[in-house]
Ligand binder design. Structure first.
Ligand SMILES: Cc1ncc(COP(=O)(O)O)c(C=O)c1O
Length: 394
């Protein structure tokens, strides 16, 4: 079996992690992998998480299996965090998954089983794993226009024109906030206009939200998704607790499927639990329980929100400082978009060869498409990064 095997293509983000680890230059700067970092380069456990873990350690008396769809208390807090009161709880089927990736995977697997002919509309560009999972499942993917690199913002007209071609039952993937890799988000008006497109076409929105709280704030970042949920008959949401709770390795994720109440909701919930059973049986519990512990306790919630606010402020400050440093070294405003965008990423207008040059000549690591993690910048490295970008881009 293994003699005929060829190695699968490596994910470009995983590839950059390996190259960075092998680099011995002390001045190396990691702007590749998508994890939050402090000014001193750490990805710490949040204090609210530590406090919740201490409580769990004290109180937990069993590690027995929970349920195929995970814990109902976790479902309830995540539904509230993400959907607020945009839709009645009776309309939402929830299912815990291993991380946001697990949620994306399980949703697409459900689509493949229920409507294999549906096309999956994916923004161009998008998180590479969207296309990887769609391809892995043999689903038909159509890329729609999303990012206007010249303007450093959304190609609104292109997006709406492309999505008007979607057909009933097609799935349209949207990033809830902090678009990965561009940092260019939909405006409130864009969400309203998209709701019109869904009403007109009968396509189904699938919102991937992996960075709630990293953009403008917890509530603000969910507004668009909520306004859409309030208007459409059906919607799929894949959410991650990796970034906003800093629980990366604990694999916290959830699917929220908005349906009609009653039988459709119950069938959707049963289907999602069934698909979990076939893939991994029970989703991980520890991280989900940490999230539930935090969100059901006012004090822990406040502590967590303050920590999240501080992370967001640091990323916003880094964006401003880098844009200013680039203005100073280039004498132009062409990188002003870095300050205007939101979340952990921006996409630099660089070729793959220029990314290699930044890495080889300046020890600065970006993903090969030019994606930069702004949380990886520090006061010390911002001038170094700005000079290198200016030099390499000319
Ligand atoms: C757009 C998007 N969706 C989903 C995920 C999944 O995150 P995780 O599986 O680590 O929870 C990520 C993480 O990089 C992401 O950027």
């Amino acid at each position: 079996m293994f003699k005929t095997l060829t190695a699968p293509p490596q994910d470009k983000i995983i590839q950059i992690m390996g190259l960075y680890a092998a680099d011995t230059r002390p001045e190396k700067v990691d702007l590749g992998v998508g994890v939050y970092r402090t000014e001193d380069g750490r990805t710490p456990v949040m204090a609210a998480v530590k406090a919740a873990e201490a409580r769990i350690l004290q109180a937990q008396e069993s590690k027995g299996y929970v349920a195929l769809a995970g814990d109902a208390g976790f479902h309830a807090v995540m539904r509230g965090l993400i959907l607020g009161d945009a839709v009645a709880p009776e309309r939402v089927a929830a299912c815990a998954t291993p991380g946001g990736t697990g949620a994306v995977r399980q949703i697409l697997e459900m689509v493949q089983r229920l409507t294999p002919e549906a096309r999956i509309w994916v923004p161009s560009p998008s998180w590479p794993n969207h296309a990887a999972i769609t391809g892995h499942l043999g689903l038909a993917q159509v890329d729609y226009r999303y990012y206007d690199a010249d303007a450093g913002g959304i190609d609104r007209d292109g997006m709406l024109a492309d999505l008007a071609q979607a057909q009933k039952g097609d799935i349209v993937l949207l990033h809830g906030c902090c678009h990965n890799p561009t940092g260019a988000d939909l405006s409130a008006q864009d969400w309203v206009d998209l709701a019109g497109v869904f009403e007109a076409t009968g396509a189904i929105p699938f919102v991937d939200i992996a960075y709630q709280g990293f953009g403008e704030g917890l509530e603000e970042d969910a507004q668009g998704l909520r306004s859409l949920a309030a208007r459409v008959p059906e919607m799929l949401v894949a959410a991650s607790g990796s970034k906003n709770f800093g629980l990366y390795r604990e694999r916290v994720g959830i699917i929220l499927a908005v349906t009609d109440p009653g039988k459709p909701r119950d069938v959707a919930a049963a289907m999602l639990a069934h698909l979990n059973r076939q893939s991994f049986a029970f989703p991980p519990d520890h991280g989900a329980r940490v999230v539930e512990t935090i969100l059901t306790d006012a004090e822990l919630t406040a502590q967590w929100q303050a920590e999240l606010d501080a992370m967001r402020s640091r990323m916003t400050a880094n964006r401003r400082a880098l844009a200013e440093a680039l203005r100073a070294v280039t004498g132009s405003d062409r990188f002003g978009f870095v300050a205007a965008q939101r979340g952990m990423f921006s996409l630099l207008p660089v070729t793959e060869a220029q990314v290699a040059q930044l890495r080889e000549d300046h020890a600065i690591y970006l993903v090969s498409d030019g994606r930069m993690n702004v949380a990886g910048l520090t006061e010390k490295t911002i001038p170094q990064v700005a000079r290198a970008i200016a030099q390499v881009l000319g």
